[in-house]
Design a protein around this ligand. Structure first.
Ligand code: AMP
Length: 282
C-alpha cells in the first residue's frame, strides 16, 4: 500500500493507473476509521481495480467553535486498517498542500445545502463541496463511495457531480451500526460511558418513525413530535439540534409521507453532535 502526501504524486499515481486501463475507486474520509469506512472500502474494491482512501481533516467544513482542533487523528492506526482492508493507496495531504494561503475559489451548492445540517452549520457544505471537488481533480477516480450516514452530503456531492460534469460515478453505502443500533462515527470516541448509553436514543427514535409509518401514520409532524418526545426524555444533557422529515430527493420539508422521505436528525449528547437518518417509504 502506497502512502502519498503530495497532490502531484497522487495525480501521477492515478494517471499511470488510467494509462494501464485500470479503474480507480475513491473513498474520501477524515480518518479515525471504523467499520463504516471499511464498508465503503469494500464497495470500492468490488467496483474498481484500485482503491484510494484519502485521510484529510478538512478545516473549511468546520465552523468556528467546532471540533477541528480536537478531531481524532490516528494516522498510523488508519494505515494498518487500510492495509488490512486491501487499500492500494492512502492520500494524506497537509492542509497547506490542499489550501494555498491565497486560495479564493470555492464550490457552493445552493439548494440541497439549505436545510438540515446546512441550516445549523453555515458554510459546512461549501467546505465539503470544495474539498470533494479538489480531491476529485487530484485523485481522478472513476467511482467515489460515500456513506448514507451523511445522507445530505451524499445528495449534495451527487448534485455537484451532475452540475459540474465531473466524470465520476457516486455510489452510496448503507449506514453501518454498532450492535445496539448507534451509527458508527469517528465522533463516538468523544462520548463518555453514560453519554454512549444515552446515544442509542437516536436510532431508537428512527425505529419509532419507521414503526409509525408502517402503522399508517403519514403526518410528519406527528412522527417528528413522537421522536422528539422519545429523545427528550433521555436526559437534560441531550439537546436536539433538528429532527426533520424531508423529501428524499429535494431535501425540502414535507408534511405527508406520500413519496420516500428522509427522516434526519442531529442531536447533541453533552458536547458531541451526532447525526443519523432513515429513508421511509409510504
Ligand atoms: P468521515 O470520515 O466521517 O468524513 O466519513 C467519510 C465517509 O464515511 C463518508 O462518506 C461518510 O458518510 C462515511 N461513513 C461515516 N460513518 C459511516 C457509517 N457508520 N456507515 C457508513 N458510512 C459511514
Amino acid at each position: 500500500m502506497k502512502i502519498i502526501r503530495s497532490p502531484g504524486e497522487m495525480y501521477e499515481f492515478s494517471s499511470r493507473a488510467h494509462r494501464s486501463g485500470k479503474k480507480i475507486g475513491f473513498v474520501p474520509t477524515m480518518g479515525c476509521l471504523h467499520d463504516g469506512h471499511i464498508a465503503l472500502i469494500r464497495k470500492s474494491r468490488q467496483l474498481a481495480d484500485l482503491t484510494v482512501v484519502s485521510i484529510f481533516v478538512n478545516p473549511t467544513q468546520f465552523g468556528p467553535g467546532e471540533d477541528f482542533a480536537r478531531y481524532p487523528r490516528v494516522f498510523r492506526r488508519d494505515c494498518l486498517l487500510c492495509a488490512h482492508a486491501g487499500v492500494d493507496a492512502i492520500f494524506h495531504p497537509s492542509v497547506r498542500d490542499i489550501y494555498l494561503t491565497d486560495h479564493t475559489t470555492n464550490v457552493e451548492e445552493t439548494s440541497l445545502s439549505e436545510s438540515l445540517c446546512g441550516a445549523s452549520r453555515p458554510g459546512h457544505f461549501r467546505g465539503v463541496a470544495t474539498v470533494v471537488a479538489k480531491l476529485f481533480n487530484i485523485v481522478a477516480p472513476d467511482f467515489a463511495v460515500f456513506g448514507q450516514k451523511d445522507a445530505q452530503q451524499a445528495r449534495i456531492v451527487k448534485r455537484m457531480v451532475r452540475d459540474l460534469n465531473f466524470q465520476v460515478r457516486i455510489v452510496t453505502v448503507p449506514t453501518v451500526r454498532e450492535p445496539d443500533g448507534l451509527a458508527m462515527s469517528s465522533r463516538n470516541v468523544y462520548l463518555s460511558r453514560t453519554e454512549r448509553q444515552r446515544a442509542v436514543c437516536l436510532h431508537q427514535s428512527l425505529r419509532l418513525a419507521k414503526r409509525l409509518v408502517a402503522e399508517g401514520i403519514t403526518d410528519t409532524s406527528v412522527i417528528t413530535r413522537r421522536m422528539r418526545q422519545l429523545i427528550s426524555k433521555g436526559s437534560p444533557q441531550v439537546r436536539i439540534d433538528y429532527i426533520e422529515a424531508v423529501d428524499a430527493e429535494s431535501l425540502k420539508r414535507v408534511g405527508k409521507v406520500v413519496k420516500p422521505i428522509l427522516v434526519a436528525l442531529a442531536v447533541k449528547i453533552g458536547s458531541t453532535r451526532l447525526i443519523d437518518n432513515i429513508v421511509l417509504r409510504p
